[in-house]
Design a protein around this ligand. Structure first.
Ligand code: HEM
Length: 449
């Protein structure tokens, strides 16, 4: 009993007193920055509570409107200015990825979670040829194929509604269907594999259980292991498949790279994870904003039909990639509702760093939330307004430095051009059809909070 009491007192001291003492001691001099809430300076629970309250990035942005630096955890600061973006993420930054990445990495670090700069640079070099625009554009047929299948499903739903109820309208859960579309597209681009999600209308796929059995509907990691194993099997059988994994298995001169299965699994997991719901969220948001802004939808339809003609069911990327208003609609939507709205974490090196005129001690976690950066009223006048035209005006180039949906610098998104192909071809296809898109009484939620 005595032992239990001492144990309980020790735990209470450790959980409550230590963080409080550290907060008041303030060895890192972070008390000079305002807290996001009353717990932020003492414990990371403050950040978790913000997540549970709902829209964390929007709440944080309300504070950023007044304060360019906000303390969101005992050792974590949020910044909001373009200078901070450059200092934290720019090509010459000394900051490294935060502790969150090593904590979430499996036994093998992937390109996304490798913290060591040299290790990351080596991984990125190995994949730069695969993700080069010229190479990615040769895979556009994989995207066109998925768009055709998706539109085929929408047509079927409309036909069935017409037969069963004589209705002239049908309702689809667009977010659900674009999720199926993006996972199907990235699995083909990464592994030359057809999941069949769009045909089935669900996301139950084959997976490899830890005991080596094939089963439907297992965890994400089990699905990755199944797909990676199948792909490597086809490679060993001499099939020459053109996809992202090919570049993991062979270098650009055709020499085997001899990665372990664990290393291949880690990269495949990132391709499928980073490359699917981000784009699905972007596609849902742009549809939402266009439905809410009929003048923008009308202008977009005019541009698209003028370029591709009403009888072309799915245009090639070549036909739509130069459509400036289409691109402006996509970017304006990712500005207002960035799929990754929170600040992706970086950490100062032990010697500390100067960020936006503030000296920040070593090993402090720092970030700029895209949600706040995209609402800087100097870069984006009337920031809350969906106004694609702003991207066509002369200040467009200045806005690019504050526009970070894909982050920026050496750790910025390597797959952004894949996403632009998927977004452009699908959106152009849908607005090109003579569809009445309905009233647009939709609600938008940011999955990243
Ligand atoms: C709208 C769509 C997308 C958005 C908003 C997005 C956003 C981001 C962001 C913010 C990062 C930085 C993450 C961090 O620092 O923690 C990132 C990295 C990355 N993204 Fe994307 N992404 C998108 C689409 C894609 C696609 C289609 C792929 C294809 C595989 C992809 C693959 C990656 C990879 C591999 C990284 C790690 C890059 C590195 O660390 O060198 N992303 N993405």
């Amino acid at each position: 009993m005595i032992l239990f009491t001492f144990g309980a007192i020790f735990i209470a001291l450790f959980i409550c007193i230590k963080p409080l003492a550290e907060y008041f001691w303030d060895a890192r001099k972070l008390q000079r920055f305002p807290n996001q809430n009353c717990l932020s300076g003492i414990t990371n629970f403050g950040y978790i509570i913000e997540r549970c309250r709902g829209f964390r990035s929007r709440n944080l942005h309300e504070i950023h409107k007044v304060h360019p630096v906000v303390r969101v955890g005992p050792d974590t600061l949020s910044f909001s200015t373009p200078e901070a973006i450059r200092a934290i993420y720019g090509h010459s930054t000394k900051c490294v990825k935060g502790d969150m990445y090593s904590a979430s990495a499996g036994p093998h670090a992937s390109i996304l979670d490798a913290v060591d700069k040299d290790e990351h640079a080596q991984k990125r070099r190995g994949l730069s040829h695969a993700f080069a625009t010229r190479n990615i554009e040769t895979w556009e047929f994989k995207v066109v194929d998925k768009v055709q299948r998706l539109v085929g499903q929408f047509d079927r739903i409309c036909d069935e509604a017409a037969v069963s109820t004589n209705a002239v309208t049908a309702t689809v859960d667009y977010s659900w269907w674009v999720n199926l579309f993006t996972i199907e597209a990235i699995v083909d681009i990464a592994l030359s594999y057809r999941l069949g999600c769009i045909e089935r209308g669900n996301d139950l796929v084959l997976a490899l259980t830890p005991s080596g059995q094939k089963k439907a509907g297992q965890e994400f990691d089990d699905m990755v292991q199944y797909l990676a194993r199948e792909r490597i099997h086809r490679h060993h059988n001499g099939e020459e498949l053109d996809d992202l994994v090919r570049h993991l298995l062979k270098d650009k001169d055709g020499n085997e790279r001899n990665l372990t299965i664990g290393e291949v699994n880690a990269e495949v997991a990132v391709f499928l994870d980073a490359g699917s719901d981000t784009t699905a969220i972007a596609l849902s948001h742009v549809m939402y904003y266009l439905l809410r802004t009929p003048s923008a939808l009308a202008r977009l339809q005019k541009e698209v039909t003028g370029a591709i003609g009403v009888d072309e069911m799915v245009p090639s990327y070549d036909r739509v990639k130069g459509l400036s208003y289409l691109r402006a609609c996509l970017d304006e939507s990712m500005r207002l509702s960035p799929p990754v709205s929170f600040g992706v974490h970086r950490k100062t090196t032990p010697e500390g760093a100067s960020i936006d005129g503030n000296w920040i001690p070593g090993n402090t976690t720092i970030a700029v939330p895209a949600y706040s950066a995209h609402r800087n009223p100097i870069a984006f006048p009337e920031p809350e307004k969906y106004r694609p035209e702003r991207w066509l005006e002369s200040s467009g180039k200045d806005m690019q430095t504050s526009f970070i949906p894909f982050s920026t610098g050496a750790r910025g998104c390597i797959g952004r051009n894949i996403s632009y192909i998927e977004q452009s071809v699908l959106l152009a296809t849908l607005v090109n059809r003579t569809i009445d898109f309905g009233s647009g009484e939709a609600q938008v939620h940011s999955a990243a909070g």
